[in-house]
Design a protein around this ligand. Structure first.
Ligand code: DAH
Length: 361
């Protein structure tokens, strides 16, 4: 046997027990999920019948000169066991607290933004158009989508046999009388406003219209914006001025306007209006680019609306004196303008409500 001075704590059965109990204390508390169990294990060291009590009892049997040291070693083991127990108990309490608080949150992470919707591209374009015309002095007037045949055609001076009045082009609504349909254009609102108001008036009317058409550039439901300005001495020059101002504030200051004579029953004279192509920009005089432009097909112009001076017959139908008043009207396709602006090639995309499409606006 070695002397206690050389290898203290490892020179007899007592020392061996001390060492093995010390080692046991390192692992025995680990993984215990229950406080009572922890305390029970602690008692196997420190309880009345625990190993430490046992060791104490053995001190008198140790040689006298080593007793003091033995006592110190046993005390050290006792402290060691208490320490292991305290650590295990603290860990258990911490785990319980964590569980009660739920998953931990790192507050430095960026927040989760809820997915918000956006306005439909047609609504965005409509609002912009209304903004531009409001600035020019127009009020907004709206009307019903189901309207009288009389307002849609007769009052607008369509002759009874005009091809646009054909059963094939309109969606009729079954009523006993009067003849009713889904309006085929927003020009009905001209009639409604003039019937209910005295001149002067300046209105724009956006809204949905319906025709029996369905292909890449035609949808059975589409959107128009109607304009009407009636006052004393309103001339074609005013119409031209409003169209120029509209085109320049909506499409850009360089964008010119061209009028071509055309026919609509409710205006005289009537015209179709083109804007300079906003894709090949003919004002920049790059003839090659314009020649190759797929959008305007090389012409340098894009058709955007119909217009004209209100026909005297229409004034008569609504009770305005055509000798005293004059006015201009115009109608544009909101879908067409949205398609031009965003280069959309199939009108149906605007009405299918596919989020993968709509998310892009
Ligand atoms: N209502 C016509 C259409 O649907 C568009 C139109 C042309 C409206 C000329 C007007 C106008 O007010 O003056 O095609």
């Amino acid at each position: 046997m070695n002397s206690s001075a050389d290898t203290p704590g490892a020179s007899g059965p007592l020392e061996a027990t001390l060492a093995s109990e010390r080692e046991r204390a390192v692992t025995v508390f680990q993984g215990i999920q229950d406080e009572a169990e922890l305390r029970r294990v602690r008692a196997t060291f420190l309880g009345g019948k625990g190993s430490i009590k046992d060791l104490m009892k053995q001190i008198p049997s140790v040689e006298k000169e080593r007793r003091k040291e033995m006592g110190r070693s046993i005390n050290a083991l006792k402290q060691w066991v208490e320490q292991q127990f305290d650590t295990a108990l603290a860990a258990l309490h911490h785990a319980r607290l964590e569980q009660a608080l739920g998953a931990s949150v790192d507050i430095t992470w960026p927040g989760r933004t809820p997915a918000t919707g956006a306005l439909h591209p047609l609504t965005q374009v409509t609002q912009e158009l209304v903004d531009v015309f409001s600035t020019l002095g127009f009020d907004v007037a709206e009307g019903p989508q189901v309207d009288l045949y009389e307002y849609n055609f007769d009052k607008l001076a369509f002759p009874p046999d005009h091809p646009a009045t054909d059963m094939q082009d309109s969606f009729f609504v079954r009523t006993d009388a009067p003849k009713t349909l889904l309006r085929t254009h927003t020009s009905t609102i001209q009639v409604r406003e003039m019937l209910s108001r005295k001149p002067p008036l300046a209105i724009v009317s956006p809204g949905a219209v319906y025709r029996r058409d369905d292909d890449v550039t035609h949808s059975p439901m589409f959107m128009q914006l109607e304009g009407l300005w009636v006052d004393k001495k309103v001339s074609f020059t005013h119409l031209r001025g409003v169209l120029d101002a509209f085109a320049q504030s909506f499409f850009g200051p360089e964008v010119g306007v061209r009028l071509r004579p055309s026919y609509f029953p409710f205006v005289e004279p009537g015209a179709e209006v083109d804007i300079a192509c906003i894709f090949c920009k003919p004002w920049e005089r790059n003839a090659k680019r314009t020649a190759q432009c797929r959008i305007c097909k090389g012409s340098g112009w894009l058709e955007i609306l119909g217009c004209g001076m209100v026909h005297p017959e229409v004034f008569e139908h609504v009770g305005y004196d055509p000798e005293q008043y004059s006015g201009f009207a115009f109608g544009l396709g909101i879908d067409r303008i949205a398609m031009l602006r965003y280069q959309i090639t199939d009108i149906r995309l605007l009405y299918e409500n596919d989020v993968r499409f709509l998310e892009q606006f």
